[in-house]
Design a protein around this ligand. Structure first.
Ligand code: SF4
Ligand code: SF4
Ligand code: SF4
Length: 171
């Protein structure tokens, strides 16, 4: 029996992903679907060999999806520093789908009475105090963290790897 893991308590901030830790449980996908009530989740778990990789909007700084969007419905929310969407203005041209480097945008077909489908992506659930997908991620495969803290963690890992290599060479 493994160590008991606590729920991932998070607040608003940067949306980063620790790809090593996702165990493929799919709880985030279920939670996202429930939250959006669109039937189409904004997060997908892709399997590569024996690993699981959560694919979700990476909130690019110079976001190609913003450049692509002629009606201007995709834009930067300056307060939260996040790429968000005004779905009422989306005309379903799918230009953003073509330009997103992560495949993070999903086509939601039009419903009865609507003229267009919409191109939905994770807008970060900014109307909530916690992102629902992250709250259920017990493996901490999805994490909101400060980018500097994330880099510091990576540096430590790289330093450990270098040390192991150097120790091996000097034996
Ligand atoms: S933050 Fe909200 S929209 Fe984004 S993946 Fe999580 S539940 Fe879905
Ligand atoms: S939808 Fe794609 S291009 Fe747009 S901010 Fe997210 S990851 Fe970047
Ligand atoms: S599909 Fe919608 S969000 Fe995407 S570029 Fe077209 S109008 Fe903008």
């Amino acid at each position: 029996m493994g160590k008991k893991r606590s729920a991932n308590k998070v607040k608003r901030g940067e949306f980063l992903i620790s790809r090593e830790q996702c165990d493929g449980c799919g709880e985030c996908v279920v939670q996202c679907k429930k939250t959006l009530e669109s039937g189409e989740p904004c997060i997908q778990i892709v399997t590569v060999g024996e690993r699981y990789v959560p694919i979700v909007c990476q909130n690019c700084q110079d976001a190609p999806c913003i450049t692509a969007c002629m009606p201007g419905c995709r834009y930067k929310d300056e307060k939260h520093n996040r790429v968000v969407t005004d779905y009422k203005r989306c005309v379903g041209c799918w230009m953003c789908v073509m330009l997103c480097p992560f495949g993070a945008i999903t086509r939601v077909p039009k419903k009865e009475g609507e003229h267009f489908g919409v191109a939905r992506k994770c807008d970060g659930c900014l109307d909530r105090t916690e992102a629902p997908c992250m709250t259920v991620c017990k493996a901490r495969g999805l994490q909101i963290t400060d980018p500097n803290a994330y880099s510091a963690e990576k540096r430590k890992k790289a330093a450990r790897t270098y040390t192991t290599i150097i120790d091996g060479e000097t034996e």
